[in-house]
Write a protein that binds this ligand. Structure first.
Ligand code: SAH
Length: 253
């Protein structure tokens, strides 16, 4: 196994790169790839930057140039459903590009000439990520997150959800928009800007992928408030401990 780990924001990646054993750095196509070992798993960490094209080219490079066999995307996302709260964790079952619309030539959301609206995430990898996320909440959450930050963001007992993640080249911060997506996409758990691009590339190149996101906002008018503070003080800790537990579990399998 050679694991490609993609993050969209540098705050989320930092702890992982610091934890790498004998890392070396390779710059290619305006991206910095960190190649090394994470908890004894061969790994390549990279920042995709934001958006579907950025994520697609990064994923392709990980597979074609770095020979990764599995891909993991960690990041933050807006809530896709009223029942899903800031601080909850979502794992993708499948992913859709919510801004893809070639209707009336093709059904809304269908990626033309693939016949697909939903691109699957790898079920087995997703289940292992879920296990890591449950272990994080049970064992690490209380110590890993500063109590002041927990209070500031109203984090009490975060929950974990598995379902549909929708990606598009928009930061969704409008109540009507998110409600419309929720109505059009049954099972929606989160909106973000990269996951479905990663899933399409992985589908086309036949590489298993998984996407895990910490809910940072409600995709409404307040979405941008404290966004970076949440990423730094909360989401970065989630990503670090979940990936650590994922690698440690994987090693003993
Ligand atoms: N205001 C932020 C914007 C970052 S873009 C800034 O100044 O840095 C948001 C990133 O987080 C993307 O990588 C996306 O995948 C994710 N994300 C979080 N909440 C989102 C939302 N409500 N809509 C779309 N993407 C969201």
């Amino acid at each position: 196994m050679r694991l490609g780990i993609i993050s969209a924001l540098s705050e989320e990646q930092q702890g992982l790169v610091e934890a790498m054993q004998s890392p070396y750095k390779l710059i290619h196509g305006q991206r910095t790839y960190w190649v090394g070992q994470l908890w004894e798993i061969d790994a390549v960490c990279v920042l995709s930057r934001i958006g579907k094209v950025a994520a697609a080219v990064t994923t392709t490079t990980l597979v074609e140039k770095f020979g990764v066999t599995h891909i993991l995307f960690t990041g933050v996302a807006g809530s896709g459903d009223r029942s899903i709260k800031v601080g909850d964790i979502v794992v993708a079952e499948s992913l859709v590009q919510h801004d893809m619309d070639a209707s009336p030539l093709f059904p809304r959301f269908e990626v033309p000439l693939t016949g697909m609206t939903h691109f699957p995430a790898d079920h087995h990898l997703g289940t292992r990520l879920l296990d890591a996320a449950y272990a994080f909440l049970e064992n690490d959450f209380s110590d890993a997150i500063d109590p002041l930050e927990k209070a500031a963001f109203g984090l009490r007992q975060p929950r974990i959800h598995r379902g549909l993640i929708a990606s598009g080249d928009q930061f969704v911060n409008d109540r009507e928009h998110i409600n419309g997506l929720n109505a059009a996409l049954p099972g929606l758990v989160a909106v973000e800007m990269e996951g479905a691009a990663v899933a399409q590339v992985c589908h086309e190149l036949n590489v298993p992928c998984a996407v895990i996101r910490t809910i940072s906002d409600n995709a409404n008018e307040n979405a941008a408030t404290d966004f970076l503070r949440f990423v730094k003080s909360v989401a970065a800790q989630y990503a670090f401990h979940i990936v650590r537990r994922f690698c440690q579990q994987t090693k003993v399998l």
